[in-house]
Design a protein around this ligand. Structure first.
Ligand code: DGL
Length: 274
């Protein structure tokens, strides 16, 4: 490990998402690395990304990243699965700081978890269409077979606060019907919102199927990269910076966001992207 340069290590970790859901990723990062300073951008004016084309998501992701880079960040986390699936290569090329998406960490955790080499992936239409998880899993271990299902209704269900409602159970049962018959023992929750549906999904898939949370795996990867680069901030007892920005009205972000992030959510400011 390199020597720690405190002026660099105090810089912020930038995290962006299409909206509120990326707070699940930020939550895992702050749980694992409580003394890190962070800045979060939710592109709430243009959410959802999950049903949009690669070209559009790529353009949005670059604009989101540029906004965060203006905050002098030391690391960029693409919390949105759809943006990670479509835009990670472009972001890596365009910016000269480390860029982490959620796909690779999720894929690594899934390959490590499966005992029967059969992994399911659920996500937005964009994430599933991109095959990003399947490609990443095959790259790590070509012997693993992948089974996919887009679940577009899960995002609005979670935002409505119905993640553990009987409506969620009915919809999840329909989406997961084929995956349940596919013989998988591991299921990747390939969307920012799905960690909130863990109970509902687990009740349908049963104890024999392990749920892989990309958010938690990404936090571990953030820690690894910061540590490798000598950029971990161990804190000096001072106040930890937690900045939040959104591209649409901050009020809804605050109300719904608390479901994702809990009490530590500060009021967000309005962001203007260029
Ligand atoms: N954040 C998105 C993702 O993880 C879900 C919401 C959206 O479609 O924008 O793919």
């Amino acid at each position: 490990m390199d020597m720690i340069d405190t002026s660099k290590s105090k810089k912020l970790i930038g995290v962006f998402d299409s909206g509120i859901g990326g707070l699940t990723v930020l939550k895992e990062i702050t749980r694992l690395l409580p003394t890190e300073n962070t800045v979060y951008l939710g592109d709430t004016a243009r959410v959802p990304y999950g049903s949009k084309s690669k070209e559009t998501v790529e353009r949005y992701a670059v604009e989101d990243a540029k906004f965060l880079v203006r905050h002098n960040i030391k690391l960029l986390v693409t919390a949105c699965n759809t943006a990670s699936a479509y835009a990670i290569a472009r972001l890596e090329n365009e910016f000269d700081i480390p860029v982490i998406g959620v796909i690779k960490p999720g894929a690594m955790a899934a390959v490590a978890a499966t005992r029967v080499n059969r992994v399911g992936i659920i996500g937005t239409e964009g994430t599933i269409k991109s095959s990003a998880y399947c490609t990443a899993i095959k790259f790590i271990n070509p012997a693993v077979s992948t089974f996919v299902q887009a679940c577009p209704l899960f995002v609005p269900l979670v935002e409505e606060g119905w993640a553990e409602d009987e409506i969620a159970a009915i919809i999840a049962a329909r989406y997961l019907e084929d995956l349940k018959k596919s013989g998988i023992d591991t299921l990747v929750l390939g969307c920012t919102h799905y960690p909130l549906l863990k109970k509902t999904i687990s009740a349908i898939m049963g104890d024999g199927v392990m749920l892989v949370d990309s958010a938690a795996s990404t936090a571990v990867e953030v820690k690894r990269i910061l540590s490798d680069q000598g950029l971990l901030n161990n804190g000096d007892g001072g106040e930890v910076v937690r900045k939040f920005f959104v591209t649409d009205s901050p009020e809804r972000f605050y109300v719904v966001g608390r479901r994702f992030f809990g009490e530590g959510l500060n009021q967000a400011e309005l962001a203007f992207l260029e």
